[in-house]
Design a protein around this ligand. Sequence first.
Ligand SMILES: [Zn+2]
Length: 469
Amino acid sequence: MKNSTIKQHKQIGKELVPPFMQEPLGSVMHLCSWSKERLPEYVWIGLLRNSCNNKKDFFEKFYYLKEYMLKSFEEPTDKFSTILKLKKEDKISLFEKIKEIFGYKVLDPIIIVSNFDKDLRDSFLDKSNTNNMRISTIVDIIEKMYDRCCDFAMDIRYSALILKINKIYFPSNDMILKDAIQKYPLLENDNPLIDMYKISLSSLEGMDFIDSDYAYSKYFYEEMYLMTDCNPKVIVYPENDNMDLLIAKINELKKLILKTDEIKSDDKRDVIVGNITYIYKIVKEIIDNNLYDSIISRYVLRTITEVIVNIKFLCSREKDNPDIWEAFKDYGNSKYKMIYKRIEEGTTLSDNCKHFDEIMLKLLANETKSEEFLKVSFKDFADKNVRQKFMLVDEKDLYDTYYDYDTCFTHGYWGAIRESALLTCDNPAHNYHSVADIECNQQLINCCDDLIFLIDKIIVIMNSELGVN
Ligand SMILES: [Zn+2]
């Protein structure tokens, strides 16, 4: 199924809401998760589907089971936990019908997660099967069903839906939904209508899970967790062969910085040379410590993009505001001023903070002007937010990709934490849970090419703004 585009999202307040979460469906659909809460209830249908050669074969057989179940049971009986709770004679009759249609061993594997149901065992036990074989079949079915939109899972979800089609409300004036219910089993999976039908059918299911208890699903995964092993997976990314090129670039940058010694010192030169030397040093730290695929490299990329945009922004404003270079220094100094003033005045304790010396902060903050003449500004030196600065200097792409992605790392947002600090257990029966990467095995994609791209931008600035080349 195709995912929605950002344009299809709707802005509601300060959020962009994807189509599925927009009302009236949103409040219903996001309440239940397919893999965690619903999938275990339908593994029994997965086993039926798996016993058939193809979709057509399955739905031809399933039709008879559906007719039988709709006729025999007052209440929807699509969930496995509901089947296990049927009256003994009803349950045995249902099992007999399933055996008649799908074969006498078809539900044997699910015996291992059936709360020791004797009737199920008596009906389906295949003595030639071992528990390991049963476990392996159930894991295989979970894997096939895990992606709620894949063809196999959709066949199961559709089957569950039609087992209760007479028992639940559905909007009878929805023609697409009507079509989807009637025609889904007949459609080939490459038919262009299939995506539309999947979306339409998704709008119906889940409704009766709002108030459901998930006891069976919880039990199912707990049992499967104990019976199968964890398999944490490290993702291995390709090597990068451009390290020598990066070293050549950083050496070129070094030469350009050395040439700036010949330029008369003023605020502009100081600011640009200072910023670029700062970049030079952090890139050197990456190179010298081989940190290309580290978390720290992401901090560095974010800083470099921001520094590049700061310089470009200052240059673009220089004509209208020649004092902007001084304002940049004052802004940074005022940050230091606030820190040592708090310590001096006892409004904060510095005892635990060992990685700076407040006297050094004071000396630096007073370097260009006495603190008595240094305003503390609560707005940025440019009075613009970060995004505005990127836009104003024509670096939207840099913001949309580098800055936004790498900020996830510096701010400790979940995406970055999940990507770098947690491994995925590759066992579907463990619900693909995450495992702490305590041995630090997971590396990130090498950032060498990005550093080269950004250093090239800096070299262009050195050429155009300071005339060194
Ligand atoms: Zn696991």
